[in-house]
Design a protein around this ligand. Structure first.
Ligand code: FAD
Length: 378
């Protein structure tokens, strides 16, 4: 028997997340749009609401609420600010490898501060050589006494300039087929955030480059088993990264639907609201179908993740479907606004720009289809 309802606790959690989004994030959206900068007040509010602690075990200061709760939180936050949801989702992407692959010492050292929002996290995998093929990455490490020395550059890294704890994927300088993952702290000599991107959307979420130049980290920074770095990075991106993008997309779909309904009820043509026009209702219906289907895909994958099983295939389907649906919803919502859909005073223009950025993050739609096809024919 399958129960498709949320528990009472989950409904209460959704209400609490919505309150945080509407009361503490929404007032900063205009400023983030204008400056393109992260609002540290928003980061503080997320920390106080324990949003960084959701998937961290209680033993390390977390809430251990699981991945369904995380999806609920991201959906509610993205409904108000996709940029903030993206920032939050990548904090978790930096945290997850430590939760899943860290030893006790690493967990004790990093997780309490990350759970409290005192330190912020990210993950550095992508390089200019192409995010779809991480094996082409050029960042290297070599053993030097009890330390490792890392050299390379990472690009398109979310939270690049605000993160304190960075999970970095690098290849063995002497054996380029061997990858390992390291925890690098921002204070490490030789580590530096460099270029900051100016994205078309998700303004207020920081994206940029990281430079690692003779960056010396102690042996205790190795995350998981040496040589298994690709598995560490991909496990985090496959489940938590794609799951996070689903939350961002679902929230954006909801925002588009709500904005479209509001405008269609208010805009009067031919003496009546345009909502009375069947063509407008058809668009609303399509947006609603996509949202309902996306939620089923996303929450099913999160339920599998909560049961402790791998959910990367299910999240690939959900990520593909919801991010494409969010782009479609944003276009339809802007279309329903007529000429106003081109004017920046209307939130739908932000939704349109944000929807575009959902695509490549945590793997493009093409890559999702590669994974989905592999799953289907296996
Ligand atoms: C806003 C944002 C935030 C990001 N945050 C992070 C982060 O925090 N950490 C991180 O490590 N990375 C991050 N990324 C990087 C992201 O994961 C990559 O952009 C993504 O994996 C695509 O890599 P690429 O941009 O190099 O494109 P490429 O890999 O160069 O792809 C170019 C084109 O080729 C297509 N393609 C590639 N391979 C195939 C294939 N096998 N079959 C069919 N088509 C294919 C792609 O779909 C795409 O259309 C972020 C990206 C964005 C835009």
């Amino acid at each position: 028997m399958i129960d498709f309802t949320f528990t009472e606790e989950q409904e209460m959690f959704r209400k609490a997340a919505r309150e945080v989004a509407e009361n503490q994030i929404a007032p900063h959206v205009a400023e983030m749009e204008k400056t393109g900068k992260v609002s540290m007040e928003v980061v503080k509010a997320l920390g106080e609401a324990e949003m960084m602690a959701l998937t961290i075990p209680e033993a390390y200061g977390g809430l251990e609420l699981g991945y369904t709760a995380r999806l609920i939180a991201l959906e509610e936050i993205a409904r108000v600010s996709v940029a903030t949801a993206m920032m939050l989702q990548v904090f978790a992407l930096g945290i997850e490898p430590i939760v899943k692959f860290g030893n006790d010492e690493q967990k004790e050292k990093y997780l309490p501060g990350l759970a409290a929002g005192e330190r912020l996290a990210t993950v550095g995998v992508t390089e200019a050589t192409g995010g779809s093929d991480p094996t082409a990455a050029r960042t290297t490490y070599k053993k030097d006494g009890n330390d490792y020395i890392i050299n390379g550059r990472k690009c398109f890294i979310t939270n690049s300039h605000i993160a304190d704890t960075i999970t970095v994927l690098a290849k063995d300088e002497e054996n380029p087929k061997v990858f390992s993952t390291f925890i690098v702290e921002k204070e490490t000599e030789g580590f530096k955030p460099t270029h900051e991107e100016h994205k078309v959307g998700m303004r207020g979420c920081n994206t940029g480059e990281l430079s690692l130049e003779n960056c010396r980290v102690p042996a205790g920074s190795l995350l998981g088993v040496e040589g298994k770095g690709l598995a560490v990075a991909m496990a985090a991106i496959g489940d938590v990264g794609r799951g996070g993008m689903v939350g961002c997309a679902l929230g954006l779909q909801t925002a588009c639907l709500e904005a479209a309904i509001k405008f269609a009820n208010e805009r009067v043509l031919y003496g009546k609201p345009i909502m009375k026009l069947q063509t407008i209702q058809n668009k609303i219906a399509e947006m609603k179908v996509d949202l309902e289907a996306g939620r089923l895909l996303g929450y099913r994958a999160a339920a599998i993740q909560d049961s402790g099983k791998r959910s990367s295939n299910e999240f690939s389907v959900a990520k593909y479907f919801t991010t494409e649906a969010a782009q479609k919803a944003a276009k339809m919502a802007a279309d329903i606004h007529g000429g106003y859909g081109c004017m920046e005073e209307f939130a739908v223009t932000r939704y349109l720009r944000d929807s575009f950025v959902l695509g490549p993050s945590a793997g493009t739609s093409d890559i999702m289809k590669v994974i989905i096809a592999r799953w289907a024919i296996s």
